[in-house]
Write a protein that binds this ligand. Structure first.
Ligand code: NAD
Ligand code: AKB
Length: 311
């Protein structure tokens, strides 16, 4: 039976995606792969392979030998980490994508999921209810790599019929696996600090609105898009996905409804400029009409889930 591999399975999204796919398709069908030597505890009960996505030959041999037909390619450097190492970020975020797109062009891989981000937008993009098709002049190396990746995905679809699907994820909020170096990471850390000490210092200013989403919704969206009939999909670059838009001040107020003593202070750093270049909110009407997307977690429900599950 054809297999699925998740490359970058040890990260914030990969951990929960692996768990969910194994629950539906069976453990043996879903191979977790990451550059880490050992699988993280949550996913160590199924097949795991240490893999460097930059080792093109090994990745190709593994996928061909194991008859892997569906690839979720999640390995990347995120926005804040990428700014500290732009050359490597460009290499990691682009080279791995070409390895997988080429395997699909050659007919080995049948379906690809490769995530994009709200980082494809930039300071000249309309910031409120950002439409699917709009000005895109990203100012971070991460955003440039995601925008270029989107263009290549669409190109491989148009030229070679490669079935590649993508979402421009907003900032993702989860408690099962920590975030990996993004600008939106504050919105996860705030819950851990609220529970541990009742105090949090935010690296963004209090009125910085960003689109965010609870991980359960993001995983559901990913699987919904992957299961959608190909002839319904009008977008082969990446779909906008809206989520919940809030500022640090608003998420702090939401936490205070359950932890009234919670205090927040603000010390913006280099990530402020990145956040300022991204939209406040996103219009996801294409996802709604093409694959019936609907959001389940608003700010209150997400706050409740996070505080309930963080010790
Ligand atoms: P993460 O940093 O938590 O996880 C990335 C994983 O990739 C890590 O486990 C890391 O060990 C692995 N990895 C790094 N280099 C590798 C290599 N050379 N070979 C194999 N594995 C390697 O990231 P994430 O938050 O899970 O994001 C996954 C994808 O989703 C990325 O493409 C990211 O840009 C995108 N995305 C994430 C968010 C978010 O808020 N988490 C938002 C938008 C887009
Ligand atoms: C980041 O902040 O870099 C990510 C993203 C929105 O792509 N969370």
């Amino acid at each position: 039976m054809a297999k699925t591999i998740i490359i970058g399975a040890g990260g914030q999204i990969g951990t929960e995606l692996t768990l969910t796919l194994r629950n539906t398709h069976g453990k043996e069908q879903i191979i977790a792969a990451d550059i880490k030597t050992h699988a993280p505890p949550l996913i160590e009960d199924g097949p795991y392979v240490q893999m460097d996505i930059l080792d093109r030959d090994s990745v190709r041999n593994y996928i061909i030998d194991h008859r892997v037909e569906t690839v979720y390619l999640l390995a990347a450097l995120l926005s804040a980490t990428a700014e500290k190492n732009p050359d490597f970020a460009w290499k990691l975020n682009m080279d791995g994508l070409f390895t997988i797109l080429d395997l699909a062009k050659e007919g080995y891989v049948k379906k690809i999921f490769w995530p994009s981000s709200i980082a494809v937008f930039g300071p000249t993009t309309p910031a409120d209810q950002t439409p699917q098709h709009t000005i895109m002049e990203p100012s971070t190396v991460y955003g440039i790599s995601k925008q270029a990746g989107e263009r290549w995905c669409e190109y491989y679809y148009n030229k070679f019929g490669v079935d590649v699907r993508s979402i421009r994820y907003p900032g993702l909020i989860s408690y099962k696996s920590p975030p990996g170096g993004g600008t939106t990471d504050y919105a996860v850390d705030i819950f851990y600090k609220a529970k541990a000490s009742g105090k949090f210092t935010c690296f963004l200013s209090k009125d910085t609105a960003l689109p965010m989403m609870f991980m359960d919704d993001a995983i559901r969206a990913t699987i919904q898009l992957m299961d959608a009939p190909a002839d319904r999909l009008r977008i082969r670059s990446a779909y906008n996905l809206g989520g919940i838009s809030f500022t640090p001040e608003e998420i702090a107020a939401s936490i205070r409804k359950q932890l009234p003593e919670f205090e927040i202070t603000y010390e913006p750093d280099f990530r402020q400029a990145i956040a300022d270049s991204w939209p406040n909110s996103i219009n996801d009407s294409y996802a709604v009409s093409d694959w019936d997307w609907n959001l389940e977690f608003d700010l209150a429900r997400m706050t409740h889930e996070m505080l309930k599950n963080i010790p």
